[in-house]
Design a protein around this ligand. Structure first.
Ligand code: AMP
Length: 439
C-alpha cells in the first residue's frame, strides 16, 4: 500500500516524503482509514512500528479542514493527546511538528518540571493540538488557562499505562471536561485484558486494530538471559560491557538509587555512563538524553520512565539489570531497541528472586528466552530454574477487516521497512524536527 491510497492530503504526503517514509507500516495502513472516518480506535502494535504517525497523520488531516479560517487566539484546542512521560510528550509534539510542517496547524506540549509561563503564553496565543502529561495539564486547568470544551479528538498514547492506577484519577478529572461527543483513540504495544475492559468505557463502538501478536517483541530483537546472583550483577554488567561490541546501551534498574549507583560504578570502571530517573531536574533529564543521543558509545542507566515510547536512534542493546515488576514493561523496555526495522539485542540479568517474573515475561511474550552463561566465577549459586517453554505465538489478527488493511503476521520480516533499511544493522533514520513549539 502507498500513503497516497490512504487519502491523505498533499501537504501531509509532502511531509511524509520529507521524513523519508516509502510506505505506511501495517499499523498505519490499518488505523489511518478508521481514524479518518471519525471512528474510535483501540490500536495495538509492536514497539517501534510507527504508531505515532498512525494517529498523528489522520488527526492533522481532520484539523486541516478548518485550519485556514481561524487565526491566533481564535483557535480552540481541538485535539488532546495524553502521554505518561515528559520525554514522550516532547517526542510526540516533535512528530506532529514534522508531519504538520506544511500545514498551519499549531501544536504545543505541556509537561511539568519546567517553568509554566511559556506554556501559558502558547495557550493564550491559540493552539489546535495539545500533547500533555496529566499532572501539569491539570495544574494549568485548575488555574484557568486550559479550555478543553472544544476537543474533538482525545488520544491516550501508551493507553494501558494511562489507564492504570498511577494515572487513572487524573485522567478521569481531565476527561470529565472534554465533550462526550468526541473521537477517542487508544494506542499501545501492550493492552492487558483488564485494561481492555476498562478501555471499553472510554470508547464508542471502537474499531479494534491489532497488528502482530499481542504483547510480543519484534523478532529483530535478539534476547537472552543470564542467571546470576544479585550480588554479582554489577560485576557481570561491567564484564558484559567490556566484552560486547555495544553502541548506545540502555540499562534498566528498578530504583532511582540503583540507577545512580550503577552509573557511578561504570564510570569508575572507565565506561561512560549517565543516570536517568525522575529525581533529576527536567533540564538535567534533557541534558542526559541529549548526551545519550550523541554519536559516541554511551550507557544510560534508567528507571522505567525510559521504558515507554522513547524513539532514540541506534540503541544497540537494552540490559535489564533488574527485571521489571510487570511483564508488560519488559516488552516496552526491550522495545527501545530494534525500532523501525533496525536490529537490536536485549539481555536480562535474572537473580533467584526474579525467576517467577521471568516466567511471567516468557508467558506474556510467548517465547523462551535463550540462556547465556556468565563467566564461571559469576555463575548463579542458586539452583537452575525449571524451564518454562512459552506457548507458540498466536497468528496476527486485525479484527477490523477492511480492503487493503494489512493484518501482517510478518512484523518479523519487516516488509514496510524492507526497501528503506536493506542492511538493518545500519538503519537509516529520519531527522526529527527541533523542539515541540507551535507549528
Ligand atoms: P513510533 O512507533 O511511532 O515511535 O515510530 C518508530 C520509528 O519509525 C520512528 O523513528 C518513525 O520515524 C519511524 N517510522 C514511522 N512510520 C514510518 C514509515 N512509514 N516508514 C519508515 N519509518 C517510519
Amino acid at each position: 500500500m502507498k500513503f497516497e491510497e490512504l487519502g491523505l492530503a498533499e501537504p501531509l504526503l509532502r511531509a511524509i516524503e520529507a521524513q523519508g517514509y516509502d510506505a505506511p507500516t501495517p499499523i498505519q495502513s490499518a488505523a489511518i482509514p478508521p481514524v479518518l472516518e471519525g471512528r474510535d480506535v483501540l490500536g495495538c502494535a509492536q514497539t517501534g512500528t510507527g504508531k505515532t504517525a498512525a494517529f498523528a497523520l489522520p488527526i492533522l488531516q481532520r484539523l486541516r479542514r478548518a485550519e485556514c479560517h481561524v487565526n491566533g487566539r481564535g483557535r480552540k484546542i481541538r485535539t488532546l493527546i495524553l502521554a505518561p512521560t515528559r520525554e514522550l510528550t516532547l517526542q510526540i509534539g516533535e512528530s506532529f511538528q514534522a508531519y504538520g510542517r506544511y500545514t498551519k496547524i499549531r501544536c504545543m506540549t505541556i509537561f511539568g518540571g519546567v517553568n509554566q509561563s511559556p506554556q501559558v503564553r502558547a495557550l493564550n496565543g491559540g493552539v489546535d493540538i495539545v500533547v500533555a502529561t496529566p499532572g501539569r495539564l491539570l495544574d494549568l486547568m485548575q488555574q484557568g488557562f486550559v479550555d478543553l470544551s472544544h476537543v474533538e479528538v482525545l488520544v491516550l498514547d501508551e493507553a494501558d499505562r494511562m489507564l492504570d492506577m498511577g494515572f487513572i484519577h487524573d485522567l478521569r478529572r481531565i476527561v470529565a471536561t472534554v465533550p462526550k461527543k468526541r473521537q477517542t483513540l487508544l494506542f499501545s504495544a501492550t493492552l492487558p485484558a483488564a485494561i481492555r475492559q476498562l478501555a471499553a468505557q472510554w470508547l464508542d463502538h471502537p474499531v479494534d486494530v491489532q497488528v502482530g501478536p499481542q504483547s510480543t517483541t519484534v523478532a529483530a530483537i535478539r534476547q537472552s538471559v543470564f542467571f546470576v546472583d544479585k550480588a554479582n550483577k554489577l560485576r557481570l554488567l561491567t564484564h558484559w560491557l567490556h566484552k560486547t561490541a555495544w553502541q548506545r546501551t540502555l540499562v534498566f534498574t528498578r530504583t532511582k538509587h540503583g540507577a545512580d549507583k550503577i552509573a557511578k560504578s561504570l564510570a569508575r570502571a572507565g565506561i561512560e555512563a549517565d543516570a536517568f530517573h525522575s529525581n533529576k531536574s527536567q533540564s538535567a533529564r534533557q541534558r542526559v538524553l541529549l548526551r545519550f543521543k550523541s554519536p559516541r558509545p554511551l550507557v544510560l542507566v534508567a528507571t522505567d520512565i525510559a521504558a515507554r515510547g522513547l524513539d532514540i536512534d541506534m540503541i544497540s542493546h537494552v540490559v535489564n539489570f533488574d527485571l521489571p515488576m510487570d511483564a508488560e514493561n519488559y516488552v516496552h523496555r526491550v522495545g527501545r531497541t530494534g525500532r523501525a526495522g533496525a536490529d537490536g539485542a536485549a539481555v536480562s540479568f535474572c537473580d533467584h528472586s526474579e525467576r517467577a517474573t521471568l516466567q511471567a515475561i516468557q508467558r506474556l511474550t510467548r517465547q523462551t528466552i535463550p540462556v547465556e552463561s556468565p563467566p564461571a566465577e559469576l555463575a548463579a549459586t542458586q539452583s537452575e530454574p525449571a524451564r518454562t517453554s512459552a506457548k507458540r505465538p498466536q497468528a496476527a489478527r486485525t479484527s477490523h477487516a477492511r480492503p487493503g488493511a494489512s493484518s501482517s503476521t510478518a512484523s518479523a520480516k519487516r516488509p514496510y521497512f524492507k526497501g528503506k533499511f536493506p542492511h538493518s544493522k545500519t538503519p537509516r533514520r529520519f531527522g526529527r524536527a527541533g523542539s515541540a513549539r507551535a507549528l
